[in-house]
Write a protein that binds this ligand. Structure first.
Ligand SMILES: NC(=O)c1ccc[n+]([C@@H]2O[C@H](COP(=O)([O-])OP(=O)(O)OC[C@H]3O[C@@H](n4cnc5c(N)ncnc54)[C@H](O)[C@@H]3O)[C@@H](O)[C@H]2O)c1
Ligand SMILES: CCCCCCO
Length: 292
């Protein structure tokens, strides 16, 4: 039995997964991968039914594990809670929540914040309450789709960058509670990916940002949604609590997001720190003297 500090890979077989935004460009490709990895139930929550997306998904879903429920992530905490309660009644439990909904345009930045940040927070907190081992839950996993904009904020999309940076911090903060909650959380930061995400994107001052036109002919090809999806599933299988994964140009990379401040209760007083460092230096000298 692995200790809580050891990393244990995630076996997707038999898992009940809720994917918010599962009919989106990255979402649909990720759902296809998940279905082929043996999940028991895949509940897709999406703003609207998408016949073509569901047909595409059904072509690889021979076990018919995919279900759909209409869901606007800006519906608020209580409606989100009610829906998740209904899902648990239907599936028995939720093993994993993937927050994959997101928009890019800053034209209506209240909506941008409501979808990308507040909506993701609401869904995470509702799933958290259901999964929390300290409150009769079974534990679980929450995967939050952030963006490279959380790692390197985009000057052309400062508010979008803020929503994604906020999700990254929110996820890293909650992940620290895993020993008590039994809930593993981590963030996925896709790089520029060829989806509709870029369509009709406006800067908060109204200027249209024609990303697709600007990216055409650039030496560095942008990744496909399927390349991104394959790496998202690899990150899920790695099952690293508190991790920040970058899925960019078809590669998967673990990003070390550093903490630059130590909370008072975790600091050692200077005197203790001094004693500890002297003791550890002495121990090192002893080992080296014994040739160890
Ligand atoms: N495409 C990229 O370059 C890129 C880069 C970094 C991060 N991302 C993030 O990846 C995620 C998926 O984006 P994508 O590229 O697949 O774009 P996409 O537009 O194809 O998918 C986004 C999905 O979010 C859903 N959504 C939007 N508003 C919603 C709402 N109010 N309620 C419920 N669902 C809603 C949409 O229906 C859509 O299916 C997003 O969070 C996005 O911010 C994308
Ligand atoms: C600068 C490219 C913006 C596309 C969405 C990234 O999250």
């Amino acid at each position: 039995m692995a200790s809580s500090t050891e990393e244990v890979n995630m076996d997707l077989n038999g898992k009940n997964i809720v994917y918010i935004g599962g009919f989106g460009g990255i979402g649909l490709e990720t759902c296809k991968e998940l279905v082929q990895n043996g999940v028991a139930n895949l509940m897709i929550l999406h703003k609207a039914w998408n016949e073509s997306a569901f047909k595409e998904l059904s072509s690889v879903d021979s076990r018919c594990v995919c279900k759909f429920t209409e869901f606007d992530i800006t519906c608020g905490l209580e409606k989100t809670r009610l829906l998740f309660k209904q899902i648990v009644e239907k599936l028995g439990s939720i093993d994993m929540l993937i927050n994959g909904a997101g928009i890019c345009t800053e034209k209506d930045f209240d909506n941008l914040i409501a979808v990308n940040f507040t909506g993701t927070v609401n869904a995470t907190l509702v799933a958290y309450d259901l999964m929390d081992k300290s409150r009769d839950g079974k534990g679980g996993v929450v995967v939050n789709i952030s963006s490279v904009a959380a790692l390197t904020p985009f000057p052309v999309l400062p508010i979008y960058s803020a929503t994604k940076g906020g999700i990254l911090n929110f996820t890293r903060a909650l992940a620290q509670l895993e020993p008590k909650s039994g809930i593993t959380l981590y963030s996925i930061c896709p790089g520029i990916t060829d989806t509709k995400h870029w369509d009709n994107v406006h800067h908060f001052q109204g200027r249209e940002l024609c990303f697709k036109e600007k990216m055409r002919g650039r030496p560095c090809p942008i990744q496909t949604a399927n390349q991104c999806a394959k790496n998202i599933v690899k990150a899920i299988e790695a099952h690293k609590n508190g991790a920040t994964w970058m899925c960019d140009v078809g590669q998967l990379k673990l990003v070390e997001v550093k903490n630059f401040w130590t909370p008072p209760h975790q600091r050692q007083d200077p005197e203790t720190e001094q004693k500890v460092s002297v003791k550890s230096r002495k121990r090192k000298l002893q080992f080296s003297a014994r040739g160890m």
